[in-house]
Design a protein around this ligand. Structure first.
Ligand code: NAP
Length: 289
């Protein structure tokens, strides 16, 4: 019997999630290339058996071609536009069948703690959110003009093995006291990888999905539970009034938005069964084995 031809797949920004997706696809009928910037990441991908393309999305990039593209690279750190997305779209030699894009839930902005689904209006309050929204809009417009399909995943905080705030906890840096902490949402990295692959394979496309575990919490509770699971002391807490003086700008930028994400559309249309819908089991997976 003849072998089926492999499907060429490009993962733009093949880091924590990209490697998970790439490893699963490479084990099947896919020829996977991971685009990364650094020599260290090239070496890591090669060791994992994934072909690599080294390019800096902030500079010249070669022509790109693949039938399926997973776009996981973040936007640049400043401005209101995602110039990296712009460069990648301009470099596509042939329109791919579909592009799956990891965006962030920051595009929704502050929702005063309300439960939100994908019909929630977008209103980013941070530069990070505005650049993501710009990337989403570029992708949708480009795909419409070139006959490609797209799926946008609005992703909240990613956690998993090797992706926990242990260094922060070891330094004893403070967190907001729980009564002042906004709602936050999470997704385990293994589940996010499954969602990405399902998004590429689904009959549904040209759609936005909330890619969260459906069990919001708050960041203080998250830090407490990670500390408990890791056997580290819980961090000290500060009030909202004290926070501006002691928390980093990066941390503060996460504290102004409060929302609880519904993931029903993702579960229903992509048919994903989450392995870690709750933080307890997800944290266990980070410390076992
Ligand atoms: N962390 C969270 O909680 C969270 C929440 C929502 C969304 N996201 C987004 O989800 C996506 C996937 O997350 P992740 O954890 O897999 O991210 P990650 O591990 O940081 O991987 C990002 C990848 O993008 C590459 N990259 C970054 N800048 C680049 C540039 N200028 N040129 C070429 N490649 C570049 C990196 O390459 P090098 O390794 O060579 O630098 C790396 O392979 C990211 O866009 C992230 O921002 C994250």
């Amino acid at each position: 019997m003849e072998d089926k031809p492999e499907i060429p797949v490009l993962i733009v920004g093949c880091g924590y999630i990209g490697r998970r997706v790439g490893a699963r696809l490479a084990a099947g009928q896919h020829a996977v290339t991971g685009l990364v910037r650094s020599a260290a990441s090239v070496a890591e991908l090669r060791a994992a058996g994934i072909d690599t393309l080294q390019a800096d999305l902030d500079g010249e990039i070669p022509l790109l071609a693949a039938r399926e593209i997973y776009y996981f690279a973040p936007p640049p750190a400043a401005g209101d536009h995602d110039t990296r997305m712009q460069r990648v779209l301009a470099a596509l030699a042939v329109p791919p069948r579909r592009i799956v894009y990891i965006s962030t839930s920051a595009v929704y902005g502050d929702c005063n703690g309300a439960w939100i689904d994908e019909t929630q209006a977008v209103a980013p309050t941070t530069g990070r959110g505005r650049r993501r929204l710009d990337a989403e809009r570029q992708l949708v417009a480009w795909a419409a003009a070139h006959g490609s399909q797209w799926v946008i995943l609005r992703v909240p905080g990613i956690y998993g093995p090797g992706k926990l705030p242990l260094a922060r906890l070891q330094q004893g840096l403070p967190v907001l006291r729980e009564s002042d902490a906004p709602y936050t949402n999470r997704i385990h990295g293994d589940d996010l990888a499954s969602i990405c692959i399902a998004a590429m394979q689904s009959t549904h496309h040209d759609t936005v999905y909330n890619a969260s575990d459906g069990h919001p919490g708050n960041m203080t509770d998250y830090f407490f539970r990670v500390a408990d699971a890791a056997g580290l002391p819980r961090p000290p807490v500060v009030s909202r009034d004290e926070a501006d003086a002691v928390l980093s700008a990066g941390m503060l930028s996460f504290l102004n938005d409060s929302r609880r994400m519904k993931n029903d559309r993702m579960l229903r249309e992509l048919g994903v069964r989450l392995q870690y819908p709750e933080l307890g089991a997800g944290l266990k997976s980070c410390f076992s084995g």
